[in-house]
Ligand binder design. Structure first.
Ligand SMILES: [Zn+2]
Length: 791
């Protein structure tokens, strides 16, 4: 299933495209122009789309000229005396209303418009023309048509180019039972320019947002995004399933990767006259064969649509010589080439398109048979079991196959020193670069070569600046890293079961990040440096802990979280990161005691409480907003909330559940996509008997679906006579909204090592509690074990 905001099966009713090819259609979309003869003075047109409604109250409406018999665009202007249009959107739940309010100041959208450009492949044209025809007040206006055609054609062309691939896809899919999309770019009287999408094929059909820039980065700020009323409880399947990848890749001397990808493809319920696939942007697909017969390929850039999908990939289309039949298996062969590898200097390489360097559909599991040809002086690592390795002239040929289906097949290369370890249930190979990448000058070159994708400032690596006068030894920690990762894997395998693949390779990547693919872990070159290296010494305590311990354990944990257990959608992706991060902390705790966990949690809290424009980072939005937290308002919020607050949520659950129950919960979610609600129910099943908030509804409402970090204070007094004492206490909460409420533990030490924990539900204003005691308490403390995320 595609889980990004903008994609899925898009089908369009009855569009006769008269046998025009994808490339031709695409060119015609780029050259779309306004039809001066189709301009109307309109009154009271309505365009309802579930919870989103547009009203063209008074103004001019003009359509674009048809392409392949279809009009795909219209422009409205309120450019008359008393002219007006209005958009109304009522998000269906509190979370979305809150998100909308954080951008617009109001929980519902009600905005009057000056102008709107509509791009569509659904029934919008039919709906508008029907109303124009039925009301005699709507009249054709050729004079205004000429003016508007000249003024709006360049604007429409510019916006339509953004949806070029999508429009062609919809036209080519033709007459099937699905429907297309409507995209409205509008100019509001109060809110300025913003966009509304109603896409019948997306997982969330209604999206409202705005293109914004901050620090020269382009963001699509999603104000609200949700499943439209008529689509609730509807299953969306991928239109085609890919399996059995056979990839042959040759690395050319200029680091271009030239690839032949062969894969089996099976359409779902519908015949497919066209297939839409994803590939990393630098990869250009030059030819496609379907069962040995040439197919047409269309690959274009399309900014708005890609921003909405928020991935570093782009959609491309394949038109087979004849439509693919439902349920039948086909062999697809792609030839593609691109520069996805960059040299950071000293033969230290950076792989840019780590996941989609080959064509894919959504995030399906598949088996891989991978053959790489590359210069003999390099080492190349990729997941799977070694099938063969030999030399062909100056090239080495390595072939590996994965024994089980995995979600991605990545690779990495360099001049490596390696250590191999065998443990029960898995083998581990850890590679280190023999040399260290040089400093700043080369880093700039890398960043220029691969700019961060729009809207993703934190996800792409910051390049490490290593002082040239202290070259450092990239082999310094090789042995240590290898035995550390092996013991982390043993720790996790004992608790979480077998990893995604039995062979795991770890290889360095220049940057301050890591990434865990099935069978392949990318580890920051920083993690290989000895503690006395200047780049490490210049970090704070948490930074040092991050590169020396947390990062490698976190990426190791992704062998399970994200690759054995997957997330159901973008709202649930935080679970994978939070579980990976907290698994790393659990491992560190088992190795070094509670101190590193406390240090990490404290540092996460500090970052969450940082303020910008008087708002804390944490208040940017609830963790379930996922990638939407990566917006122009607070570019660091996604990272700090997903990892930092995510780890805190796991930590708080562990304190509520106890260690054994918390770990036992793992067996509830085996090899299937996990949603936030399923996770809540699983956690609730493992709560100790007679726990308060037994379904964890309040806990999730507050910490997962809500925001806020409270300050809590305890005061108490002990009254009465020996044998009949009473502890009367008050917990006072501040620093959060009035509806904020959590369970906070008060620990009463009774002497002789006995303690009693009283859970107090906080509220706006002081909350009192009273506990009968047989003897005077030795100590009374609020939340001594950091069971609550609080100031
Ligand atoms: Zn991670």
């Amino acid at each position: 299933m595609r889980w990004v905001l903008w994609l899925g099966v898009c089908l369009l009713p009855n569009l006769a495209h008269g046998g025009i090819g994808a490339a031709d259609l695409s060119r015609q979309v780029r050259e779309m122009s306004i039809d001066a003869g189709e301009c109307y003075r309109v009154r009271d047109l309505a365009l309802p789309k579930d919870e989103a409604r547009l009203f063209f109250t008074d103004g001019y409406l003009i359509f674009a000229k048809p392409i392949a018999g279809v009009r795909m665009s219209a422009v409205f202007t309120a450019d008359v005396e008393g002219g007006d249009a209005e958009v109304l959107v009522l998000p269906p739940n509190r979370g979305e209303r809150r998100s909308l309010a954080s951008y617009t100041g109001a929980p519902n959208l009600d905005e009057h418009l000056v102008a709107a450009v509509l791009i569509f492949s659904d029934d919008t044209y039919a709906k508008l023309t029907e109303q124009i025809r039925l009301n005699p007040a709507n009249k054709k206006s050729p004079e205004m048509g000429a003016i508007m055609a000249e003024r709006w054609t360049p604007v429409v062309r510019n916006i339509a180019a953004s949806f070029q691939t999508r429009l062609v896809w919809d036209v080519l899919l033709g007459e099937q039972q699905g429907h297309g999309f409507l995209a409205v770019s509008m100019s509001g009287r109060k809110l300025g320019n913003f966009d509304l999408y109603y896409d019948r094929s997306a997982l969330e059909q209604i999206v409202i947002g705005k293109l914004n820039t901050r620090d020269n980065l382009l963001f699509f700020d999603v104000w609200t995004s949700f499943v439209a009323k008529s689509f609730r409880n509807r299953e969306i399947e991928d239109d085609v399933t890919l399996s059995d990848f056979r990839i042959e890749a040759t690395l050319k001397p200029d680091l271009t990767l030239s690839v032949v990808t062969r894969v089996k493809a099976k359409p779902g319920r519908l015949a497919l006259p066209v297939i839409a696939l994803d590939i990393a942007r630098p990869m250009r697909v030059s030819a496609v064969l379907v069962d040995g017969r040439p197919a047409e390929v269309l690959q274009r850039e399309s900014m708005r649509a890609e921003l909405l999908r928020n991935v570093g990939n782009e959609m491309f289309l394949v038109t087979p010589p004849a439509p693919l039949e439902p349920g039948k298996e086909y062999e697809l062969e792609f030839r593609h080439e691109g520069k996805v590898i960059f040299e950071a200097g000293n033969q230290v390489y950076y792989v840019g398109a780590r996941s989609n360097w080959f064509p894919s559909v959504g995030r399906q599991f598949a088996k891989f048979d991978l053959t790489f040809r590359y210069p003999k002086d390099l080492d190349l690592v990729t997941p799977g079991e070694l099938v063969e390795e030999h030399d062909e002239g100056d090239l080495r040929v390595t072939r590996r196959k994965t024994s089980v289906a995995i979600r991605f097949a990545g690779f990495n290369l360099g001049q490596y020193e390696r250590i191999r370890l065998k443990r029960s249930g898995f083998t581990l190979e850890v590679c280190a670069n023999r040399a260290i990448e040089p400093g700043l000058a080369d880093d700039k070159r890398i960043q220029a070569a691969e700019p961060a994708p729009p809207g993703r400032p934190q996800r792409e690596p910051e390049i490490v600046i290593l002082p040239p006068e202290l070259p450092g030894d990239p082999l310094a920690r090789l042995q240590e890293i290898a035995s550390e990762i092996a013991s982390a894997m043993e720790f996790m395998a004992a608790r979480f079961g077998p990893p995604a693949l039995p062979n795991v390779t770890v290889a360095p990547v220049p940057g301050k990040f890591g990434q865990g693919f099935p069978g392949l872990i990318y580890l920051s070159t920083m993690s290989y440096l000895a503690p006395q290296n200047k780049a490490i010494r210049s970090l704070d305590a948490h930074g040092r802990l991050f590169f020396s311990d947390i990062l490698q354990a976190h990426e190791t944990a992704h062998q399970w979280w994200g690759n054995v257990v997957t997330s159901a959608g973008y709202h649930d992706e935080w679970l994978m990161e939070a579980l990976a991060d907290y698994s790393a902390l659990l491992y560190l705790e088992s190795k070094n005691g509670a101190q590193p966990v406390a240090l990490a949690l404290d540092s996460y809290k500090t970052n969450l409480l940082q303020t910008a424009n008087g708002k804390t980072v944490e208040s940017t939005g609830p963790i379930v907003l996922g990638k939407r937290l990566e917006n122009s308002q607070a570019p660091t919020a996604y990272y700090n909330i997903t990892y930092g607050k995510g780890s805190w949520i796991m930590h708080m659950l562990r304190r509520r559940m106890g260690d054994d129950r918390f770990l036992a919960m793992r067996k509830e979610y085996e090899r299937k996509p996990l949603s936030t609600e399923e996770f809540r129910l699983a956690a609730a099943r493992f709560l100790p008997p007679k726990s308060e908030d037994p379904q964890l509804e309040d806990f999730f409402d507050q910490w997962v679906y809500g925001t806020g970090i409270p300050e809590l204070k305890l005061s108490y007094a002990v009254k009465g006579k020996a044998g009949a004492l009473r502890l009367n206490g008050t917990v006072t909460q501040s620093g959060v909204d009035s509806d904020f409420s959590v369970l906070a533990p008060v620990e009463i030490q009774l002497g002789h090592g006995k303690t009693l924990t009283q859970w107090v539900r906080t509220a706006d204003g002081p909350v009192t509690f009273s506990v009968p005691l047989a003897q005077a308490p030795a100590k009374v403390q609020l939340d001594p074990d950091s069971s609550v995320l609080r100031r």
